[in-house]
Structures are given as structure tokens and as C-alpha cells.
Design a protein around this ligand. Structure first.
Ligand SMILES: *Cc1c(COP(=O)(O)O)cnc(C)c1O
Length: 433
């Protein structure tokens, strides 16, 4: 008997669940090798950027007050620019989250009378208020910035003709969301994003193409900025923070776009020159260093989950075999009990708050109760093992993260154990599959 087998028993994983999961795991060797190769490439990309910019011990120390001449901050921004192959970057603890980073990119690069276009359908929920799709104080709409949206076609393809018709003299910026977020459309690969940008730039060369890169960083060997994006934007409590960054967001892109954003974040005239890094630099650097590996662990966990639940007959997006361009895994249970049991299983695997039982609640901003499993070292961090699901049809759960593959594996085993214990999956499941 493998010694981990005994540990799983102690941790409440019963024999049939263990055997079933081990069998699935042993079929994933080739798949995991591909992921390891991507993370190997990206690990060196990160090290190369750090070496080129002469990251030194002094960079890890922070500044206070105005933060003039903050060596760590300035060097880190150069490192990000090199990793994303962009002219410049803005990487700050003063950017509070992903939504803030995206809002900053939009509000600083658009002016009254301009128009924003989303050629990939509805953007992430929180951006609806930023844009003014749902009215909000301080939205782009309030400042006289209009918005157009072209949905993807039924089969998930770009509506090229619709996009051509939507582009007009006012179109100043295009926002492309890489990850599916809480939708069922496929996540966009870097290749497809490149194709879309190429098409748009052919129609209007001076339009600013921004990519919401949340959850996508380091899942491939290239980033959207390698295929024509003028600006890529994301959160440091997702992939690029490597689980260590306690806060923050980044923008990487054209010098002018970054300057606009810096003037908006701090103040016109001050821009990038101020913004003390306090005590976070060490975690930003070390998190970025770990990010390719952590992202690989999250990808492995997602693929493991897809294979387990597809085998058991549940619809999974992406499916067990398709290529991955972000770390999110959706599993549709078709009933509230399944969503709840899955999230409770994830929580039971947590190192922090593993003793609490999550329940659905009426979260502000949502039109149905939502259940969230998150036992995280960084509150709300979704590069850590986490899951959530709205309690409404089709009763799907969204699972992501896992700082270590071992933790991701354990978490998924716990979900299956919980589903079996609650009778949602019949106890003879192993025989039927
Ligand atoms: C997480 C996410 C956001 C928003 O980030 P927050 O940090 O939650 O504000 C935006 N877009 C996508 C695709 C995301 O996954």
C-alpha cells in the first residue's frame, strides 16, 4: 500500500473513492507532462526577465510615504513588461483587485465621446457597472463614453461581419475577455485572440485592443500581448501573484496606455513616480517566480476534476480532453444539492477554515443565493483551491485553483466523497464506471 493511501483513509476518503480517483489520475500522465512543459518554459521566461533587470536583494525591501525612486517597484514593472513583451507595465498594491485594474485601464484610456466595443459578448459581471451596462455612479456611461457589444455566434465563433459593422469612427477601444468567467462559452486561446485583434486592426489600426487576462496568465507559452494586444490586464490574487501576493493588479502594454493609467491611478503629472510599495515587494517577486508552477498545479487540478466528473456523467466545461486556456473548471450537477456538496467538499480540504461548512447565501449583486468554498491564506484568492456556484439552473459549480497539485487532488477527492455521502452519487458508482 502506498503511504499516501493510508493518509487519505485518515482524511476521510473511502476505498472506492480513492480507487476511482487513482485510476483517473494514472490516465493523465501524458496530459500532465504537456502542462509541465509549458510551466518549464514559463519558469525560465520569468527567471530570464528577473535576471535581465538585475533583481537584487534591495528590490525586495519596500518604501513608505511617497515612494519616490522605489527600486523594487520600478524593477518589478520592468520585469512584467519583459514577461509580457510590452513597452511598459504598471504593477501596484494600490490596484485593489482585477475589476479595479480593468476599470483603471478603461477609464484612463477613454475620453468623453469615445466608444468601447466588446466583440466577445457580455463582459465579466463586475464590469457591467464599470461600463454602465448596469447604471452605477462613476461609470463610463456617466462620462459620456458609449458601449457596443457583439455577441459570439451560436457555435462560439466570432461574428466577424457584426464586428465590422459595429466599428465606427468613435470606436476607441476594444475589450476582449480571455476567460469565460461565469459563462458557458469557450475560453479564448491566445491564438484566437490574435486572430480577432488582427481582424480588428485591419479595419481600424489605431484602436486600442485590451485583453482581460484574468485566470489566463501562464496557461500557455504566449500571452495576448504577444499577438497584438495593446494592453493586458489582470489580478495578482489570481495566477501572476502565485498565491503569495496579498493584493494587487497589473497592466502591461503600450507606453502611452500605461502612462494614461498611471496618471489616473495616482494623479496627472505624478503618474508612475509615486506609490510606496510598503511591505509587499517580496511577495510580488516571489509570487511571480512561483506563478508558472502554481498555474500548472491549478491546471492539473482542473483537468483531474473534469476527468472525474465527466466519467461520472456530468457535463463539464472544458471537457476531459480539450486544451486549456484558463484555470476554471465548470461542472453542472443539475441540482442545488450537488453544487452545495461539491463546495462543502472543497472546503473540507482547506488548510485554513477547513472546519467550517459553507452554505448558500444572498450575496449583494447576485440574483440568486450563491455558495462559496474558500479556505484561503489570502482572503478571496481564487488561485487557491476554491469553488463557487449560484443556486439556480443549470446548477453548475465553478472550480479553480490549487497552489499545489496534491492539494487540488485531495480537494477533488473530498468533493466526490461528499457527493457519495450525501447520496447524490450512488454508492455503487465505482462499479458502474
Ligand atoms: C476575476 C475576474 C475579474 C475581476 O477580478 P476581481 O479581482 O474579482 O475584481 C474580471 N474578469 C475576469 C475574467 C475574472 O476572472
Amino acid at each position: 500500500m502506498k503511504f499516501s493511501h493510508e493518509m487519505y483513509q485518515k482524511m476521510g476518503i473511502e476505498e472506492d473513492v480513492y480507487q476511482f480517483c487513482e485510476k483517473i489520475w494514472s490516465s493523465l500522465e501524458t496530459r500532465f507532462k504537456e502542462i509541465d512543459e509549458i510551466s518549464e518554459y514559463n519558469q525560465m521566461k520569468v527567471i530570464a526577465a528577473m535576471q535581465k533587470n538585475r533583481v537584487s536583494e534591495a528590490c525586495l525591501l519596500g518604501t513608505t510615504g511617497y515612494g519616490y525612486n522605489d527600486l523594487g517597484r520600478e524593477t518589478l514593472e520592468a520585469v512584467y513588461a519583459d514577461i509580457f513583451h510590452t513597452e511598459d507595465a504598471l504593477v501596484r498594491p494600490q490596484i485593489t483587485c482585477g475589476t479595479h485594474a480593468l476599470a483603471l485601464a478603461l477609464m484612463s484610456n477613454l475620453r468623453p465621446g469615445d466608444e468601447l466595443l466588446s466583440p466577445v459578448g457580455k463582459p465579466y459581471d463586475t464590469l457591467e457597472e464599470v461600463i454602465g451596462i448596469r447604471p452605477s455612479k462613476g461609470s463610463l456611461a456617466e462620462y459620456g463614453i458609449t458601449y457596443k457589444q457583439v455577441d459570439l455566434l451560436q457555435d462560439g465563433k466570432f461574428d466577424f461581419e457584426g464586428i465590422r459593422q459595429a466599428i465606427n469612427p468613435k470606436t476607441k477601444m476594444v475589450t476582449i475577455q480571455r476567460s469565460k468567467g461565469y459563462q458557458t462559452r469557450p475560453t479564448l486561446s491566445v491564438g484566437r485572440i490574435g486572430e480577432l485583434i488582427h481582424y480588428i486592426k485591419n479595419i481600424k489600426p489605431d484602436v486600442i485592443c485590451m485583453v482581460d487576462n484574468c485566470y489566463g496568465e501562464f496557461t500557455e507559452i504566449t500571452e495576448p500581448s504577444d499577438v497584438g494586444a495593446d494592453l493586458v490586464v489582470g489580478s495578482l490574487i489570481k495566477n501572476p501573484g502565485g498565491g503569495l501576493a496579498p493584493i494587487g493588479g497589473y497592466l502591461a502594454g503600450k507606453k502611452e496606455c500605461i502612462e494614461n493609467a498611471a496618471y489616473r491611478l495616482t494623479s496627472p503629472g505624478l503618474g508612475k513616480e509615486v506609490g510606496a510599495s510598503l511591505q509587499v515587494m517580496n511577495s510580488f517577486y516571489q509570487g511571480l517566480f512561483l506563478a508558472p508552477s502554481v498555474t500548472a498545479n491549478a491546471l492539473k487540478s482542473a483537468i483531474f476534476a473534469a476527468n472525474i466528473y465527466e466519467k461520472l456523467g456530468f457535463p463539464v466545461v472544458p471537457n476531459a480532453t480539450e486544451s486549456r486556456h484558463d484555470i476554471i473548471q465548470a461542472v453542472t450537477f443539475g441540482n442545488a444539492e450537488g453544487v452545495i456538496a461539491f463546495c462543502q467538499g472543497i472546503q473540507q480540504a482547506a488548510a485554513v477554515d477547513g472546519h467550517v461548512t459553507p452554505e448558500p447565501w444572498d450575496m449583494p449583486g447576485y440574483d440568486s443565493p450563491v455558495i462559496m468554498a474558500a479556505g484561503a491564506f489570502v482572503a478571496g484568492s481564487s488561485i487557491e483551491l476554491s469553488a463557487d456556484g449560484p443556486i439556480k439552473p443549470p446548477y453548475a459549480v465553478y472550480f479553480q485553483g490549487g497552489l499545489t497539485w496534491q492539494h487540488g487532488k485531495f480537494g477533488i477527492m473530498k468533493t466526490l466523497q461528499r457527493l457519495v455521502e450525501k447520496g447524490i452519487i450512488s454508492s455503487d458508482f465505482a462499479e458502474n464506471h
